[in-house]
Design a protein. Structure first.
Length: 485
């Protein structure tokens, strides 16, 4: 399916348009899109301003050409893959820091700003942006808002969406709206800001964001705790959260993940399940570390090491951050199915981890487990040998069973990666048909022509169905391959 996008060359844009092969190839999928599922857009627009976004959307919507926002492409659920081709709207060039207001603890940014650039911009004021995901130095603020990303520090500081105050966004018909407020609280009208957060570019394109900032903690301590068994480790995490230990990071790394991290990062993590910790405080941090130690002592830790915030701890966190890469490159004969992201109430965390490990054993599959344990968020990758159809089939079945178990435990199919294409089949099981129908009505109200990122979130799109647009009526033509860039 291709769409005639030649109208783009007639638009007056601050940015650029490309019909070239390399730009289209580079926007055919994201980090989580398997090669065989990638779809090349017909054109890529490199937007440089809100005006560009508005102009392109208005023109595309009128012609029923799909537009899929694209930022850094680090999404893990094919969120930015242009499922129905059309235009890939690249926002990476809109990367200006517009204003820093240290007294208000606020920053205004364009959507293409890389997360860690926010921290860099405000560091001199003693401020930072705490909810950054592990991919904070390779992904954008716009992508984080669209996926409601979160990270290792979410256990203390919340998700990206919790730090969004005001957004400027462009609707499918090109109209520009402002939602939220620069005041830290408002009860004025519908909370459209919260609606756009996590909407994966299906409702509007974010073109400016006002983010709240926090003061940097005066004291930071890191630590690592080794356990004899995985059950001890997960029970200790649950106990720490239940007991109210004020921890800023509490991350699980199982033995399989530790082995993979060592192979990739050159670390020498022991052959045991472990929990990485970080504490933040302005004073009295030792008391919090001692409290955590006391709680963990009930779970038979092999070693509780406190590491001051030095290079040693940085190496540990780097190994943890690199796990996604480590798992991918561990064995060239094994392919990771969609990275798992289920999240359960913290009391069910030990159960979900045990269930995953039992399924791995039962089906003879390698499934490393790690992640933001304090949020009840479990990352796992089901690794399969693609040359063995039976193993691939088993892997897919097990992936589905894990999500179903998380839902049975009152959890969610995705804590932070979004639905994209990978989790569409669980939407109704998680929310119920009436709720999903309410989501469809919202989508229809804001994007009546299903222009924005079609083919995502809703279960029927898995079969290639459009939500309500009759595909043949779209503006369809042959392939184009020139460039105006
Ligand atoms: C190694 C690695 C580690 C990761 N760790 C984490 C983690 O700890 N926590 C976590 O939450 N995620 C993590 N991710 C996933 C990913 O980085 C996040 O989802 C991130 O927010 C995506 O941002 P992006 O800029 O790459 O957006 P993209 O992948 O380009 O796009 C993501 C979605 O946002 C939409 N979009 C992009 N920009 C806009 C905009 N301006 N307006 C509207 N919609 C827009 C796209 O259409 C798409 O649906 C990780 C990924 C990798 C590769």
């Amino acid at each position: 399916m291709t769409h005639d996008c030649s109208f783009l060359t007639d638009l007056e844009l601050d940015g650029a348009v490309s019909f070239g092969d390399s730009a289209r190839d580079n926007h055919a999928g994201d980090w989580g899109t398997p090669e065989e599922e990638q779809v090349r857009p017909d054109a890529v627009v490199f937007a440089a301003s809100t005006r560009d976004v508005s102009t392109v959307l208005a023109a595309a919507d009128e012609r029923r050409v799909p537009v899929t926002p694209y930022a850094a492409g680090t999404g893990l659920e094919a969120n930015a893959m242009p499922a129905h081709s059309g235009i890939s709207l690249d926002l990476a060039r809109m990367d200006a820091i517009l204003d820093v207001r240290p007294d208000d603890r606020q920053i205004d940014v364009e959507p293409g700003v890389i997360g860690s650039a926010v921290d860099a911009a405000v560091a001199d004021h003693g401020l930072w942006f705490p909810p950054l995901p592990s991919s904070g130095d390779i992904s954008t603020i716009g992508g984080m808002i669209a996926n409601d990303a979160s990270g290792m520090q979410t256990v203390k500081y919340g998700e990206v969406g919790d730090w969004v105050l005001e957004l400027e966004a462009v609707l499918a018909d090109g109209s520009v709206i402002e939602v939220g407020s620069k005041a830290v609280k408002t009860s004025s009208g519908y909370n459209l800001g919260d609606l756009l957060v996590g909407s994966e570019g299906t409702l509007a394109v974010v073109t400016r964001a006002t983010l709240e900032l926090a003061g940097r903690p005066a004291q930071i301590h890191g630590g690592r705790v080794l356990f004899e068994t995985l059950d001890d480790a997960t029970a200790a995490v649950f106990d720490a959260v239940r007991s109210g230990v004020d921890v800023a990071k509490i991350e699980l790394v199982d033995t399989t993940s530790a082995t993979m991290a060592n192979a990739y990062s050159g670390t020498d993590l022991p052959d045991l399940p472990m929990v990485f910790l970080e504490f933040h405080a302005d004073e009295g941090i030792e008391a919090e570390v001692d409290f955590c130690r006391t709680v963990f002592d009930a779970h038979d830790p092999q070693r509780f090491e406190v590491v001051p915030d030095d290079d040693g701890m940085a190496d540990l966190w780097q190994a943890r951050k690199d796990l996604a890469f480590a798992i991918r490159s561990y064995d060239p004969d094994l392919t990771a199915l969609t990275p798992g992201d289920v999240t359960v109430p913290i009391g069910e965390y030990p159960t979900i981890v045990r269930e995953v490990k039992d399924l791995a054993g039962e089906h003879d599959l390698l499934i490393p487990c790690f992640g933001h344990a304090g949020d009840g968020n479990l990352h796992y990758s089901v690794l399969v040998d693609e040359s063995d159809p039976d193993e691939v089939e088993r892997g897919k079945r097990v992936s589905g069973e894990i999500v179903q178990k998380a839902l049975d435990l009152s959890g969610t199919s995705t804590g932070e990666h979004g639905i994209g294409t990978g989790k569409r089949e669980y939407l109704v099981a998680e929310h119920g048909e009436a709720t999903v129908e309410a989501m469809r009505r919202i989508k229809r109200a804001l994007d009546p022509n299903d222009t924005l990122n079609p083919g995502k979130i809703f279960p029927e799109t898995a079969e290639g169905a459009r939500l309500w647009v009759d595909e043949p009526e779209r503006n369809v033509s042959g392939d184009g391959d020139s460039t105006t860039e």
